[in-house]
Design a protein around this ligand. Structure first.
Ligand SMILES: Cc1ncc(COP(=O)(O)O)c(C=O)c1O
Length: 404
């Protein structure tokens, strides 16, 4: 099977196919889910929901966690908690999966795209500070974008690929301008910034448990916060804003965003494995680092000295001149050898879905988009499969260079 071929649902992939990233289910998932089925507690109320929330809150080091149907829903609610309103602006990373930017639009606000920094590929804190200091003006208690006149209402840094954003300068700027910070930590459960768990460093943090994340519930998310008031509000908004459960009175517009007990049960089992999974991911990254280091034109992902990365995704940069082939040529070459790889997302300032918002240039994100390629890095990746990937890369680069 090549990465472009589609499997019928339930069909096993061919034995020698190496997928980019697949779930690892080998703990108490069956047992806990069976318990839900046996006891009839399958819906959005149940002990596993509360247990999953407690496990994530404790792990992140915050007081409250609210389980949601997915990470996008958590982001949507977090923006509402931050008081973001229609026609406001939210400062957000351009180099990200599209979900946080979509969530900004769900509340009727507009993204202000911030470029990535070139070393760790995260939101560039200097660009955030530059925008706030030079391109905004104070208008009473309100901060306005000088160009658009719109109110700037929040900062949404996205920690990508399991590595944290350099948050302190962003938190300092947020403090200076009284802006709430919502962390999109969907790809970063278990990662740390200067010894502190990401997701718990702003007003609210959001996680995702979709199928490719470090731990998965198939689909699911979590909103975390230290504020009891915000946590109450998040619970209210994610359960249809029900004010009277007998008479069904709703005083606000709510959402059906709560995770089910069945999926939370899976989440509990997966959380039990989180540290083990992180160790394995870091070992996979170390092996790639050791073996790929000597190949010309391949730049390895770096871990900042202030960071603890989970290496959720293992992504390299391909320098076409030095390597002899582009990231997309390597993708196709590996695909022909049944090895699935993937570029990073189209930076969102380029996305046709957000064409109306594309107000800023992000050249580093553009360059990273051209060069980046994520390699197979499932927790269950066997040593032999990983060596197969490495050998395939060595051969493809070697063949190309021999013919130059
Ligand atoms: C950076 C980022 N933000 C948000 C999301 C949205 O999470 P979900 O797919 O659970 O809605 C994802 C994952 O898909 C993501 O990678």
């Amino acid at each position: 099977m090549t990465p472009t071929e589609k499997l019928a649902p339930g069909a096993p992939p061919s034995a020698d196919f190496v997928p980019l990233i697949v779930p690892e289910i080998r703990g108490n998932e069956w047992k806990y889910i069976k318990d839900c089925l046996d006891t009839n507690w399958v819906s959005s109320v149940g002990s596993y929901v509360e247990r999953f929330e407690r496990m994530v809150a404790e792990r992140v080091g915050v007081r409250h966690a609210i389980a949601t149907v997915n990470g996008t829903a958590a982001l949507h609610i977090a923006l509402m908690l931050a008081g973001v309103e229609p026609n406001d602006e939210v400062i957000v990373s351009s180099l990200t999966f599209i979900a946080p930017v979509n969530a900004i639009r769900y509340v009727g606000a507009w993204p202000v795209f911030i470029d990535a920094e070139s070393r760790f590929w995260q939101m560039n804190p200097a660009a955030v500070v530059e925008f706030l200091d030079n391109q905004c003006r104070r208008d009473g208690n309100t901060l306005r974008n000088k160009k658009t006149g719109r109110r700037v209402k929040a900062i949404l840094p996205v920690h990508i690929l399991g590595h944290p954003v350099d948050l302190d300068p962003i938190l300092a700027a947020a403090f200076k301008y009284s802006l709430p910070v919502i962390e999109d930590a969907t790809e970063g459960l278990g990662a740390q910034y200067r010894g502190r768990n990401i997701g718990g460093l702003g007003l609210a943090g959001c996680f995702s448990f979709n199928g490719n994340k470090l731990i998965t519930t198939g689909g699911g998310g979590m909103l975390v916060t230290d504020s009891p008031d915000l946590a109450d509000r998040a619970r209210y908004l994610t359960t249809q804003a029900k004010d009277d459960p007998i008479e069904y009175v709703h005083n606000a517009l709510g959402y059906n965003y709560r995770l089910t007990n069945v999926l939370a049960a899976m989440g509990c089992a997966q959380m039990e494995k989180l540290d083990e999974f992180i160790d394995i991911k870091r070992q996979i990254a170390k092996t790639y680092d050791e073996k790929l280091r000597s190949i010309p034109g391949i730049a390895l992902p770096e871990e900042a000295e202030w960071a603890f990365s989970t290496f959720w995704m293992y992504t390299v940069l391909i320098d076409e001149q030095k390597c002899g082939l582009s990231s997309r040529e390597l993708l196709r070459g590996l695909g022909a050898k049944k090895i699935q790889t993937r570029p990073l997302w189209q930076p969102i300032h380029r996305s046709p879905a957000h064409a109306e918002s594309s107000n800023r240039e992000c050249p580093t994100a553009d360059a990273l988009h051209q060069q980046a390629l994520s390699l197979p890095c499932s927790v269950g990746l066997s040593r032999s499969a990983q060596l197969q990937v490495i050998e395939a890369i060595e051969n493809l680069v070697g063949e190309r260079n021999a013919s130059r």
